[in-house]
Design a protein around this ligand. Sequence first.
Ligand code: SF4
Length: 458
Amino acid sequence: MKTTHAALAEKFIADEPRTDWHDETLWFVREKRDKAAHGLPEWEQLREWGSQIKNHTLSNLYNYLKEFEEKAVANGIKVHWAADGDEHNKIIHEIIRKHNIQKIVKSKSMLTEECHLNEYLQEHGIEVVDTDLGERIVQFRKEPPSHIVLPAIHLKKEDVSATFHEHLGTEKGNNDPQYLTEAARQHLRDKFVQSQLAITGVNFAVAETGGFVVCTNEGNADMGAHTAPVHIACMGFEKIIPKAEHLSVFLRLLARSATGQPITTYSSHFHKPRPNQEMHIVLVDNGRSRQLGREDFRNSLKCIRCAACFNTCPVYRRSGGHSYHTAVAGPIGSILNPNLDMKANADLPFASTLCGSCTNVCPVKINIHEQLWKWRQVIAAEGYVATSKKIGMKGMDFLLSKPKVYRFAGKMGRWMIRIVPFVVNNKLNVWYKQREMPEPPKESFRDWYLKNGKTNKK
Ligand code: SF4
């Protein structure tokens, strides 16, 4: 297994003020989402529709994807199919090679992160400029995004200032967001003007029209696609929806759930290449068929990547996106990633309190916390649980299934914390590392109840 979520989270929380700030910032976004959702009387109806449309689409995926392909080809778009990330990268590389292209801009696409497109192209001597502001910041820092909607949310303006000073030559120590944004704007404008190829993601692809929609708040996808002579859109095949009218459900759900906005600033519809432009769309499987075949997890493919489950998750907010060591972090990432590589991502479903807050906010009603719990069972059955956890669970099983042993252990525990506290309060006890042990009560609740319960009833 790679470095685990727990170990990476420990690094993140070592900086306590940053952890608090990260937690509060994401909670602020969650509150904005609540306000926007509560301001819409039909919110629950929209969630229900969103969920049902996605369920229906997943049950008829083949037909809708085929319909989309036919319509898109008729519109003049070149459609490609990629079985996995490697094939996706090769298809894009081949288009770049064919046109002998050097300058590429890319707007935010979690799929290209999932497929490690930037690294692949870099290995082949091709540089891609990420044009989403947050993504450009993390790209300068050679970091992956830490959040699917707010890629640089783990950074403060002081960090951005230092990064821009190093890469864009901005004034040292100038943390003014207006100044920094203007510097990024000038820098990116040059890249847009010079670009020969633009790569975008896809938020929704519409089967009945063969068109697709890309949502951004910065207009960077449009800037790239409207200036470059070649546009490649990359899409996980679960992004398909049957009809254009369904956008009225999903666009309203997406913007409110992601940032609390009534609508994303730019929701751009692409249907065909403009004159003298070439337009491609790459439809990617990369494990999605396998997930579709897992009955307990198939509806995770309903996800519209709004990140509401990230913003509400107490574990994500206090451990940071990088601790999930995968492209898509947070609760939904912890369901999707074990499907991609169960052994390497076996720790992720355990990075949750199972409080169910993710499920409550999900705009397409994915039962996220139940799937996390299910993954734990699958991972344990497959033998990917750490030995320490296995021994611990066996111990708990023994203790909790034998009342006499449990009562005796309780008595011993209370006695030890009182008389020999160092046996419990030591560095080997991971629980103690972050906490003060409470004063032990003189007796257990059971003992107290046996003595006082009847008296109190009267
Ligand atoms: S699982 Fe639901 S809440 Fe989380 S990103 Fe996907 S759609 Fe949004």
